[in-house]
Design a protein around this ligand. Structure first.
Ligand code: GLU
Length: 425
């Protein structure tokens, strides 16, 4: 019996399903396994009432999806963004399953979030919303069931509120229920920079296998949040020249190189943590779309999904794209980029430093024993290098694109475990 393939009107979910089915077909995966792995184990929707500062009550919608717990507790971020919806969370949760599998860490995949524009909330409204959300998803999260983490527009403060709410509900400290916590509250030195460090490590490994010198290599980083900032910083530290950065306020280009330390300082001092008003000699301000079209050796989209799409892919001038965000290239754009001969390192390999770092934090929380930042980075970088090499070698040997190679390797580990465990419960 042929598998009844799922499709979705949500582009990200449809893409995730198409990528999965294509890889599954290529590896001749058993129909039953395909059926199981193309669905999420559990998805919950919650409403989140928040008394607003003006006396009104607003109700937000929140989600948590556990795509798979075959390899271990579901793992993945929580995002606060107006576009968050169930299908998007489902797609991103499945990407987490493949990411954790490929990374070789003992986790399944999950994702969640709240449909909200966080910039419109006061600090008190934001905390109340986060704590109420935590309480409403409390029945399905825990250190051995599902471990959320930061994602778009969330970070240390949100993770502390979640940990504290769950700890109070359970009457005992629950540090391992979330990762990405600040260092002073059971977080881990190194976690904040881990995703960006991982993306930069992948870029450097790519340049190495292609014999491209790092010194002076030009890089454009789209998105100047947690991932983009540290990616740009580590590329600069390695001797590359970051010529372009961007955020919601637009693109910032400088042929002589952006002063990343100064840009980071500017953002840290801005009340909204944005690049607005940043300037340096020779800096050109342009819109966010235009920055993607500038000359550079490497482009790293570190913002949101769908950033490179059928409309703008043809104008990309970079030779290599290393995906820091989740799903930044649409399938149509993937085809166009391929025709143009642009090599793409896929998201769930390139940005896996974040979740590998989360794994380190969780291990330290469970043991109650903490590492130095040096120990943390000394473990992270070799794992990233190994994972890059594994996918690169597989792609070369089997004449595959890196995205397909990564899917084939990742799906195999989950399929093997699923086959051994069976489908009971
Ligand atoms: N949000 C990050 C990601 O998409 C980190 C997830 C985690 O650490 O659990 O990979």
């Amino acid at each position: 019996m042929a598998v009844q393939k799922r499709t979705s009107k949500n582009v990200l979910l449809d893409t995730a399903l198409k990528n999965f089915y294509a890889a599954a077909e290529e590896m001749g995966l058993d129909d039953g396994l395909v059926e199981v792995m193309s669905r999420s184990e559990r998805a919950i929707c919650v409403s989140i009432p928040v008394p607003m500062d003006d006396g009104s009550v607003k109700v937000f919608e929140g989600y948590r999806v556990q795509h798979s717990t075959v390899l271990g507790p579901a793992k993945g971020g929580l995002r606060f963004h107006p576009e968050v919806n169930l299908e998007e969370c489902e797609a991103l949760a499945s990407l987490m399953t493949w990411k954790c599998s490929l990374a070789g860490i003992p986790y399944g995949g999950g994702k969640g979030g709240i449909a909200v524009e966080p910039l419109e909330l006061s600090p008190r409204e934001r905390e109340t919303m986060t704590r109420t959300f935590a309480a409403r998803i409390a029945p399905v999260i825990g250190d051995w069931t599902d471990v959320p983490a930061p994602d778009v527009n969330t970070g240390g403060p949100e993770m502390v509120w979640i940990m504290d709410t769950i700890s109070k509900l359970r009457g005992k400290l629950e540090p391992g229920v979330v990762t990405g916590k600040p260092i002073s509250v059971w977080g881990s030195k190194g976690r904040n920079a881990a995703t960006g460090l991982g993306v930069a490590t992948c870029i450097l490994e790519l340049l190495k296998v292609l014999n491209e010198p790092v010194k002076g290599a030009t890089v454009i980083v789209q998105g100047f949040g947690n991932v983009g900032t540290f990616c740009a910083k580590y590329m600069t530290d390695a001797g590359a020249k970051v010529v372009g950065i961007s955020d919601i306020t637009g693109g910032y280009y400088c042929a002589d190189g952006i002063d990343i330390a100064a840009a980071m300082k500017h953002v840290a001092a801005h009340p909204k943590r944005i690049l607005e008003g940043y300037t340096q000699p020779g800096l050109q301000k342009m819109d966010g779309e235009a920055i993607l079209q500038q000359e550079a050796l490497v482009l790293s989209p570190c913002a949101l999904e769908g950033a490179i799409n059928a409309k703008n892919a043809d104008g990309i001038k970079a030779k290599y794209i290393v995906e820091g965000a989740n799903g930044p290239i649409t399938p149509e754009a993937d085809v166009i980029l391929d025709k143009k001969g642009i090599l793409v390192v896929p998201d769930f390999l390139a940005n896996s430093g974040g979740v590998i770092g989360s794994y380190f934090e969780w291990v330290q929380d469970l043991a109650g024993f903490f590492w130095t930042e040096e120990e943390y980075n000394n473990r992270l970088v070799p794992i990233m290098k190994d994972n890059f090499a594994r996918v690169w070698d597989y792609a070369q040997k089997n004449n595959k694109k890196m995205r397909r190679a990564a899917f084939l390797v990742a799906i195999k580990r989950v399929a093997d475990a699923l086959q051994m465990k069976g489908f009971f419960l």
